[in-house]
Design a protein around this ligand. Structure first.
Ligand code: GLN
Length: 486
């Protein structure tokens, strides 16, 4: 494997700019690596080799002519297959969209292109981003590059596995209830769900609009910042996007946590949390204390209800979002001339959607139906408000909140596939930040039997700077022992 692939995004940008290496040479190496490992990892659904090579040649030629190039010039970015790229297939890992070619670019794609990033391919995911393991992909699962018998996490499993396996340098996922932090944690890399609204969702195929954000994944905190700064910012095409003001995240890449006040809620270490995970997270907290931060154990009682509230809200929104896939206007259309519209509609949806998506549409429709709306959807929204309030109160005393990203180690393929509730339980610590709309990051902090453990930090809305500062320090002081198996 070529050393070029191990370079960080910022090293690549500077080496490509100074013509020490060419973007074309680097992109070719990425595809060589992809061809070498994909039969074992399966991180990608579609490769965009022609677009990537053409862009690489264009960047090299502009550099040779001394023209200005963007902040990500020449860096390969893998894109989760629910983010639209013009003229490229966007499947959401579903049979429903198997042949959908997007007629437009998501805003994040426009921004990446304007900063001269290279779009390397579309990555595998749980169907419509519903899952925690990438096993719900209708194109087959992704494997964890640190242990091929285990899941990479999900739903952005392909985006995380491709970065961890050195098939690309950075990637984008989406995080509705943990889908970037979970696979980052399971693959031993860094993932951050930003504040709701920080990154435009225009061109992200919706699962649950009020919860999700397009989110960056990288092998180190500095690369994550480079990618975030490229895609963040208000966008007229997404009315929920916000003006993030003057957060300069690059300035936060300093190893200094003195005076940072940390709250550690006991609810984040609840029943079902693996002891090795708790121990690793507490070691990370002690490390921060040794570096000058202070911590207190706290109680945030509403967090106990976060998972139930999340699944009701997410499924309700999903059932409404997915109603458009009827095979008449959107999605898979079977050869159904002989059927009336309602039978054709049912048949298209029966064949187009996988079992987990159907389960969620049914549960979401139930939660929203007259007679049950107050008992489920409204109650879940009330709990969501309580969680937000309790967190804002805690943030009066603390700069950030720490706990595990995932309560358990990466599990084996198939281990939780037959028990949906067991799969949902894995999201117990990640869904909180989505309900509250606050930023959260996962950073590798330790390992057990060669498997990675991630620590999760949450901060108040628009305080990504605090997360980045503390994540950067942890990265300098904790180097988990991990080994690629490809
Ligand atoms: N695992 C969670 C779910 O299935 C989160 C998914 C996501 O963040 N897209 O809903």
């Amino acid at each position: 494997m070529s050393r070029i692939l191990e370079l960080s995004a910022s090293e690549l940008v500077s080496k490509i700019r100074t013509q020490e290496i060419t973007a074309e040479e680097y992109v070719n190496k990425c595809y060589e690596r992809i061809k070498e490992v994909e039969d074992r990892i399966h991180a990608f659904i579609t490769l965009t080799e022609n677009i990537a090579l053409e862009k690489a040649q264009e960047i090299d030629s502009r550099i040779r002519k001394n023209e200005k190039v963007g902040s990500l010039s020449g860096v390969a970015v893998a894109i989760k297959d629910n983010i639209c790229i013009n003229d490229v297939r966007t499947t959401c890992a579903s049979k429903m969209l198997e042949n959908f070619i997007s007629p437009y670019n998501a805003t994040v794609i426009e921004r990446l292109k304007s900063q001269d990033a290279i779009l390397i391919g579309k990555t595998n995911m749980d169907e419509f981003a519903m899952g925690t393991s990438t096993e719900h992909s209708q194109f087959g699962p992704t494997h964890n590059p640190l242990d091929l018998d285990r899941v990479p996490g999900g739903s952005s499993g392909g985006s995380a596995a491709s970065v961890a396996a050195l098939e690309t340098t950075i990637s984008l996922g989406s995080d509705t209830g943990g889908s970037v932090r979970c696979p980052a944690s399971f693959c031993g890399i860094v993932g951050m769900k930003p504040t709701y609204g920080l990154i435009s969702r225009y061109g992200l195929i919706a699962y649950a609009n009020s919860l999700e954000q397009i989110s960056p994944i990288a092998r180190n905190v500095a690369d994550l910042v480079l990618l975030t700064e490229c895609i963040a910012g208000q966008d007229n095409k997404d009315s929920t996007s916000i003006d993030s003001g003057t957060q300069n995240l690059k300035n936060c890449l300093v190893d200094d946590v003195s005076g940072v006040k940390i709250g550690v809620p006991e609810e984040l270490f609840g029943i079902g949390t693996d002891e090795v995970v708790s121990k690793a997270v507490w070691e990370a907290i002690s490390k921060l204390e040794g570096l000058g931060a202070t911590f207190s154990k706290i109680k945030l009682e509403s967090l106990e209800y976060a998972l139930a509230s999340y699944y009701i809200i997410a499924m309700s929104e999903a059932s409404s979002n997915l109603a458009r896939y009827d095979g008449l206007r959107y999605g898979l259309r079977l050869d159904d001339e002989n059927y009336d519209w309602s039978t054709a509609y049912s048949r298209n949806r029966d064949v187009g959607f996988g079992a987990e998506v159907k389960r969620r549409i049914m549960l979401g429709t139930f939660a929203l139906s007259a007679g049950y709306y107050n008992e489920y959807y409204l109650k879940a929204q009330r709990v969501r408000t309580l969680i937000k309030q309790e967190l804002s109160k805690a943030f009066k005393d603390f700069d950030l909140i720490i706990g595990p990203t995932m309560p358990i180690l990466p599990f084996r393929l198939g281990e939780k596939l037959l028990d949906p509730l067991e799969m949902y339980m894995c999201d117990v610590d990640t869904v909180i930040a989505n309900l509250a709309g606050i930023p959260a990051i996962s950073v590798p902090c330790s390992s057990s039997q060669g498997l990675p453990i991630g620590v999760q930090m949450m901060a108040p809305a628009l305080r990504e700077d605090v997360l980045i500062k503390v994540a950067f320090s942890l990265e300098q002081h904790l180097k988990p022992d991990l080994e690629l198996k490809v």
